[in-house]
Write a protein that binds this ligand. Sequence first.
Ligand SMILES: Nc1ncnc2c1ncn2[C@@H]1O[C@H](COP(=O)(O)OP(=O)(O)OP(=O)(O)O)[C@@H](O)[C@H]1O
Ligand SMILES: [Mg+2]
Length: 363
Amino acid sequence: MNWDDTAPSTAEDAAGAPADRLVAADADGEDTAVEAALRPKDLEEFVGQERVREQLDLVLKAARARGATADHVLLSGAPGLGKTTLSMIIAAEMGAPIRITSGPAIQHAGDLAAILSSLQEGEVLFLDEIHRMSRPAEEMLYMAMEDFRVDVIVGKGPGATAIPLELPPFTLVGATTRAGLLPPPLRDRFGFTGHMEFYAPAELRRVIHRSAGLLDVAIETEGAAEIAGRSRGTPRIANRLLRRVRDYAQVKADGVITREVASQALGVYEVDARGLDRLDRAVLTALLKLFGGGPVGLSTLAVAVGEERETVEEVAEPFLVREGLLARTPRGRIATPAAWTHMGLVPPQQQAGGSVQQGLFGA
Ligand SMILES: Nc1ncnc2c1ncn2[C@@H]1O[C@H](COP(=O)(O)OP(=O)(O)OP(=O)(O)O)[C@@H](O)[C@H]1O
Ligand SMILES: [Mg+2]
C-alpha cells in the first residue's frame, strides 16, 4: 500500500477550498506570514491542551535532568491546533536546534538518509505530515528511530550492499492530522504521543487576548468572547478572525474590538454565531429546505449547492458533523433537530400536517 495515495491530507488538496473561507482550518499565505509572530515560544505561553502540556513537560524535564536527548514525540490533531508550534517549543525547551521537513518532501529513502546523517547530537527533527512519507523512507526511519543507525544501500540487485551509518541521538517530532493512517510499527516507535483536542471557548479567548496584545489591537473581553465562539475550537481560525475584525474595527469603528464590533464584522464576513460560513449554511439550507432534512445522497446535496461532492464532504461536513448539525447515515445525509433550530426553521415533527422525519430521532 502506498501511504501517499491513501487520502488527501487537507481540505484544500481535496477540494480547492475557496480562498475566502475564513473558517478553513488550513493555513493560507497570510496565516503563514503572521503565524511566526504569534506562536507561543515556550510551554508556559502555550494556551490549553493541559494534558499534553503536562505530560510533555515531564518528558522534557526528565530528559534534561538526565542530560539525555528527549524521546521521540508524535503530535496528532486537526489542522491549526498547534502541532508545529509545539514542535518548536520542544526544541526551545531542550535548547536544541530544530530541522523542519515534511512527509511529502521525503519521497526517497536517500532524501531521508541525507537529512539524518547531517543532524547534530540532540537536534530536533520535525517531520510534518508524517503520514505522507513514502514506504521506503518510512522503513529507514524505523531503524533510525530505534537504533540511531541507518543502512545506506549502495548499488542495485544482487550486488547491492548495505553500508551502516551511525547517527547522533536526535529527537524526532512527527506531526499528523491523520494518526489513523500511520502504520503501527511507526506509531509504536514514538516514546510519547500527544493528541491535540479542539480548544474550549475560554482557551480561545486567551489565545485571542494574547494575539491582540502582540498585534497591538485594543479588544474588550466581550469582543474576544464573540470571536472565540465563532472560531471552531481552532487557534489558527481565532487568529485569522481577529485580524479581519481588527480591519473592520479600524475602518468602521474607533479601532476598539467590542462585542458589537466583532459581531458586525463577522456578519460582514458571513461567519455566523456558531462559526458556520456561507458554504456550511448553504449545505444546511439545501438539506433542510429542498430535502426536508434528508436523508439525501451526498452527490445530490452537492449538486443542490452547486459545489463539488468532495468540497461538501471534506470542507463543509466535518464541522457540521462535529457540531451535531448533520449526520452521515447509510441512507444519506440527515439534518439533526439542532440544524433546524440553528437555521431558524421549525423541525417537521413540530410543523402542522405531519413530518418526513418522524421516527428518525425517536421523536
Ligand atoms: N495553544 C496555543 N496557544 C496559542 N496560540 C496557538 C496555540 N496553538 C496554536 N496557536 C496558534 O495557531 C496558529 C496555528 O498553529 P500551528 O501552525 O502550530 O498548527 P498546526 O497544528 O501545526 O496546523 P497544521 O496541521 O495545519 O500544520 C499559530 O499561529 C499559533 O500561534
Ligand atoms: Mg503545522
